[in-house]
Write a protein that binds this ligand. Structure first.
Ligand code: ADP
Length: 459
């Protein structure tokens, strides 16, 4: 279509408007020549007649024009044919008479018109103007220029254009086919695959092409499909896990309650032991439900962070004090290394407590035989860094990325760990991200882990 439009435009200009264009150009040319000559005639007191006549002859032969100049008082007349000009063929007495008539009819204002000979074969462009001069007689200027008939030229051009049009249409067609196969087809392919993806088929594979942009698009869509399938799997696991995790404590509560009713009701010691299990399981249920709620609320963006200046080191100290009892009862070594100065960060106090609690309770739970837990604060230029270290079971490199995901439980996969809900680290991650914190973990299987995060200090 573009090639066709281009060719159409060429046709229009080259054939239909060519004649008009040519005539307008000739008109302009003739006017320029006359105004230059008449200026020379009129402007100065001195006029080197010899040189002036030479000039008239030069312009005349260079432009294929004929000039005729006559004094109004009929004292003289000059014509460029006197100089042997090429233009003499277009001169005719009747032409000059007609031009004079028109000039006078126009009150001496310049006129331009065309005349043709009897047969109509040659057409001449005529221009007439009056030139007043202080120094010498006023004159009339007449200029004649032959107009070449455009018909034959247009015919040749039209023929050439026909060939050019045919060639360009063929080339444009080939190009369009090529482009469509290189760009349009892969895009159509991708669109088809994308609608398959929209219908829930996450196994689709988007194919790129030789174009980098399309390749990038295909790459991004492949990554999207993978992420979607992962989310889908996670959601399914989540449902399974949640229902499993909820069902287990409920079953426990029910069976222990039945046990008390049927067996241990009269035996105080046994009954208290069974009641203890019921209380423990109810607590677990509460944690679980709370964790699920918190995580969903944070992820859904319902929960807003209430940012306030906060002394994180003090918070860590108070949380650790609740773990001190483990030191006496179970032989844990729990240490805290703080910085001497008070350093404030901007954070949601309640949520940050939750982060520290999660990390510390994980360190305690996964500290293994060493029972060694340490919380260390450091200053990293404008950031406050908190590290929670243990020398316990550690995490295998291939699991490290996954532990931040919901229900990802490495050490107790399949089995039920004593306390965790498998949601602690995903909650921690969400909270830290909402605070714009940096965070991470360094861990070696069998040697322990260091979970860390950094928050910007308030100046
Ligand atoms: P959980 O309730 O199972 O502890 P989390 O989300 O807190 O859930 O942790 C996810 C998983 O990350 C844990 O199940 C455990 O496998 C691993 N993990 C977390 N903290 C540690 C740690 N300090 N040492 C070793 N593994 C850990």
């Amino acid at each position: 279509m573009f090639a066709l439009a281009l060719m159409g435009m060429l046709w229009l200009f080259q054939t239909m408007f060519l004649e008009q264009y040519y005539e307008r150009e000739m008109e302009k040319k003739i006017q320029t020549a006359v105004s230059s000559l008449s200026l020379q005639y009129a402007i100065s007191e001195e006029l080197d007649l010899e040189a002036y006549l030479q000039e008239i002859g030069d312009i005349s032969s260079a432009n294929d024009m004929y000039f005729y100049i006559e004094a109004e008082d009929e004292s003289f007349s000059i014509s460029s044919t006197d100089q042997g000009s090429a233009g003499r063929y277009y001169y005719s007495r009747s032409g000059v008479d007609l031009a004079r008539e028109r000039l006078e009819a126009n009150n001496g204002e310049p006129v331009t018109f065309k005349i043709s000979n009897q047969t109509g074969e040659t057409i001449t462009q005529v221009y007439a103007a009056k030139v007043d001069s202080e120094y010498r007689p006023n004159v009339r200027f007449f200029a004649f220029a032959p107009l070449t008939p455009m018909g034959p030229a247009v015919g040749i051009l039209a023929k050439q254009l026909m060939t050019v049009t045919a060639i360009s249409l063929v080339v444009a067609g080939i190009l369009a086919l090529y482009i469509s196969s290189r760009i349009a087809r892969p895009i159509r392919n991708i669109t088809e695959k994308a609608s398959e993806l929209a219908e829930g088929n996450y196994d689709v594979e988007f194919q790129g092409s030789s174009y980098r942009e399309i390749n990038n698009l295909a790459g991004t869509l492949n990554a999207t499909a993978e992420a979607l399938s992962k989310t889908d799997r996670l959601q399914r696991d989540l449902m399974a896990n949640v229902s499993h995790d909820l069902r287990t404590p409920i079953t426990m509560v029910k069976s222990y309650a039945e046990m008390i009713r049927d067996i241990s009701g009269g035996n105080e010691e046994k009954r208290n032991e069974h009641l203890g299990v019921i209380i423990e399981e109810s607590d677990r249920l509460t944690y679980l439900v709370n964790d699920i709620l918190t995580l969903s609320r944070i992820q859904a963006g319902v929960e807003t962070m209430d940012m306030q200046p906060m002394d994180l080191q003090k918070t860590a100290e108070s949380i650790l004090s609740t773990y001190r009892v483990l030191e006496d009862q179970e032989g844990f070594s729990i240490r805290l290394q703080t910085l001497p100065e008070t350093l404030l960060v901007s954070a949601d106090v309640h949520r940050m407590e939750q982060v520290l609690s999660n990390l510390i309770s994980n360190a305690v739970r996964y500290s293994g035989e060493t029972k060694d837990v340490e919380v260390v604060f450091r200053r990293n230029r404008k950031w406050l860094r908190c590290e929670v270290r243990d020398k316990g079971i550690g995490i295998a490199p291939e699991d490290i990325e996954n532990i931040w995901n919901r229900y990802e439980r490495v050490s107790s996969r399949g089995a039920r760990s004593k306390e965790g809900t498998g949601l602690g680290l995903s909650i921690t991650k969400e909270i830290l991200e909402r605070h714009g914190a940096k965070y991470g973990v360094e861990s070696k299987l069998g040697e322990g882990s260091t979970f860390w995060f950094e928050l910007p200090l308030i100046d």
